[in-house]
Design a protein around this ligand. Structure first.
Ligand code: HPA
Length: 252
């Protein structure tokens, strides 16, 4: 089953015929919201609102371990995480969909591993390629099928938030090679890797990153862009789900 994590502007999955909606208690605590399992056509899908119902959790207060563990507990085998981001690369303008292939973690103080050594085991997962290539391919194909332009590749820089960045921080991220900037991609991606769950991030550019746009950043403007752009991300996701049997038949 595919698990979808919805970010800002994507608090529920339209068209999901709900079968169950359970608050899940994991050994890491409670997920941001109940994991909603339902059908989209013939396929079962699990949806989780990363910021909680009503968008109440800021990025640094999200229990990322509980979220990933909850999706695994309901039988999720791969995760597409949707995230609002600021655009840094000139090709990533507001409204653009981006499928990064790399990330840089600038966060601090987050519970960022399932392997914190409590059980006397030292585990170092390979994270050379943070996103799953086969899942990315499925997203690329789905976007092409529904004719949604997708910026493929690039680096997601994950800042701690909840404040937005300074112009100098964005210049530094650009020098580091970041294409987009968001606040929730880590530790989400590495926790999925630690549990062996293929994970890809479908980013929606909500604004030009700090210092790159004409206007000062405002939450209202960001949410206004997300309201329309998220529906395009949803079209891609619905197509990914529709294509699932084809992928299974192709042995992936
Ligand atoms: N920076 C960080 N996170 C974001 C931004 C941004 O400009 N826009 C949406 N999420």
């Amino acid at each position: 089953m595919l698990g979808i994590i919805g970010g800002s502007g994507f608090g529920e999955f339209p068209g999901l015929a709900l079968e169950s909606s359970e608050p899940i208690n994991t050994r890491w605590g409670k997920s941001s919201a109940p994991v909603r399992v339902g059908r989209l056509g013939a396929q079962r899908v699990a949806f989780l609102a990363r910021h909680g119902d009503g968008h109440v959790l800021p990025p640094h207060r999200i229990n990322y371990r509980a979220n990933i563990a909850s999706l695994e507990a309901v039988g999720v085998k791969q995760i597409v995480a949707v995230a609002a981001v600021g655009g840094i690369a000139p090709d990533c303008q507001s409204g653009c969909l981006v499928l990064p292939d790399q990330l840089i973690d600038y966060t601090e103080g987050r519970a960022h591993t399932f392997f914190d050594g409590e059980d006397g085991k030292v585990v170092h997962v390979d994270f050379t390629q943070p996103y799953d290539q086969a899942l990315r391919e499925r997203l690329i194909q789905a976007a092409a099928r529904v004719s949604e332009p997708l910026f493929v590749g690039g680096t997601y820089g994950c800042t701690n938030g909840p404040r937005l960045e300074t112009a100098a921080e964005i210049r530094r991220l650009a020098r580091d090679g970041c294409t987009v900037v968001g606040m929730t991609g880590m530790p989400e991606a590495v926790l999925a890797r630690e549990l062996g769950l293929p994970y890809a991030s479908l980013c929606v550019v909500a604004n030009a990153a700090a210092g790159l746009g004409a206007e000062p950043l405002s939450m209202d403007a960001i949410l206004a862009v997300l309201r329309t752009a998220m529906s395009r991300a949803v079209r891609v996701l619905v197509q990914v789900v529709k294509d699932e049997p084809l992928c299974a038949a192709a042995g992936r």
